[in-house]
Design a protein around this ligand. Structure first.
Ligand code: G3P
Ligand code: CA
Length: 395
């Protein structure tokens, strides 16, 4: 969603960071899964709650999504980050999508590429620095929609939070900004090499904003997925957005793969609601009635982990909310975001020592989260999350 009005995620990522379905799951083993029919693999043939365990699915429960790849170890949304996440065993690899000026989809968390590329060091683009309002938030920097793909390809990706993840700066300048098409080719190639399908979790970023610029994301995404045979109900994709209308549009475009509505902090409104005058807040959407409404066109929700285990004013974790139970009652799976190893992102009772950038008891926190009955979880550190997920898969 928009990088500004997100108190929930601001709190989770910290200021530096912001200067910074019918699915799946079953854990019976990837090799065995390759022999099943597609419908069996995705659980769509077996009935039951879409995406929840026990339906003979291709993916385990709980599944781990490599958030922006393995962004705890590599600059986010690079082929290097995606490759490491896959090599670590992440079940699904996430892409956030924004468009270029000439309409190509590229993988960036936001259209403002100031913090995650070396654009500021390119004098030939100095005059592209500008101030815009994106989803109600004023931002100054460089934006993907002002660059052709050829221009964007002259840039290199860099670490978003070098103060926190100094090690990742080793890789500054190594990788380009990947196009979505390149990622689809990479996933095909890796799938053939591994003898199993590579699952993607694909998010439309700022869809209402871009549609107003004549750069609608959903049609472009649908076309790309069709080109790679990933448009079917049984295709190995999840589609996600903070804007419900984007998810509904993807469905109307014939994309039947499982869809996940992302949820920001309870006191916020999805940006498409703001634009259309829909008064509902996220707090309304996570009530049973709101969840039933979501279940009318999506198969899952992606709330912040704080909506599963809230933190008190001191940052200490409290008792789980009823959201897991309520979402499951509505037939929805939960893929919350984002598990991170560093103290600065953990509830205070899981921190270890005084260095905010040191690792805390991330396994303990991830365990507490997964113990609530989550169907999956996004993590910047998929190896850590997988260690914990394995405990639940065995159980
Ligand atoms: O898409 C799940 C999670 O990535 C949502 O947060 O802001 O990192 O895209 P964000
Ligand atoms: Ca995302």
């Amino acid at each position: 969603m928009h990088q500004g009005q997100q108190p929930g995620r601001r709190k989770i990522l910290g200021a530096a960071a912001l200067g910074a379905g019918a699915v799946v799951f079953g854990g019976a083993g990837q090799a065995a899964a390759a022999d099943r029919t597609a419908a069996d693999r995705t659980g769509t043939a077996a009935g039951g709650r879409p995406g929840h365990g026990g339906v003979g699915g291709e993916l385990p429960v709980p599944l781990i999504v490599g958030h922006r790849g393995a962004s705890g170890y590599r600059p986010e949304h690079t082929l290097g980050s995606y490759q490491l996440a896959l090599d670590m065993g992440a079940d699904v690899i996430e892409q956030d999508l924004v468009p270029t000026k000439d309409g190509h989809l590229v993988c960036r968390h936001e259209n403002d590429i100031t913090a995650t590329t070396d654009v500021s060091a390119h004098p030939e683009f100095a005059d592209r620095k500008t101030t815009k309002t994106v989803d109600g938030v004023k931002l100054t920097g460089w934006f993907t929609e002002d660059f052709t793909l050829a221009e964007l390809k002259t840039l290199r990706a860099k670490e978003r939070i070098p103060q926190t993840r100094q090690h990742n700066t080793l890789y500054d300048g190594v990788w380009e900004v990947p196009t979505f098409d390149e990622v689809l080719r990479w996933a095909d190639r890796e799938g053939r090499r591994r003898g199993r399908r590579v699952w993607l979790h694909i998010e439309t970023k700022h869809p209402t904003y871009f549609r107003k610029l004549g750069l609608g994301l959903e049609e472009r995404l649908a076309k790309a997925l069709r080109a790679y045979g990933r448009h079917r109900r049984t295709s190995p994709n999840f589609l996600q957005s903070f804007e419900p209308s984007s998810i509904r549009r993807l469905g109307k475009l014939g994309l039947e793969c499982p869809k996940v509505v992302l949820l920001d902090a309870p006191d916020t409104r999805p940006w498409d609601f703001v634009e259309s005058g829909d008064p509902r807040t996220v707090a309304d959407l996570i009530k049973p009635e709101g969840l039933r409404w979501i279940a009318g066109y999506a198969q899952g929700i992606g709330p912040a982990l704080d909506q599963i285990i809230p933190r008190d004013a001191s940052g200490k974790s409290g008792e789980p909310t009823p959201l897991v139970k309520d979402a499951h009652a509505a037939g929805l799976v939960l893929h919350p975001y984002t598990g991170r190893n560093e103290n600065t992102f953990l509830p205070t009772d899981y921190r270890r020592g005084t260095d905010p950038n040191a690792y805390g008891d991330a396994r303990g926190y991830f365990r507490a989260c997964l113990a609530t009955g989550l169907d999956g979880m996004f993590s910047d550190n998929p190896d850590t999350a997988l260690l914990v997920a394995e405990e639940f898969r065995k159980a």
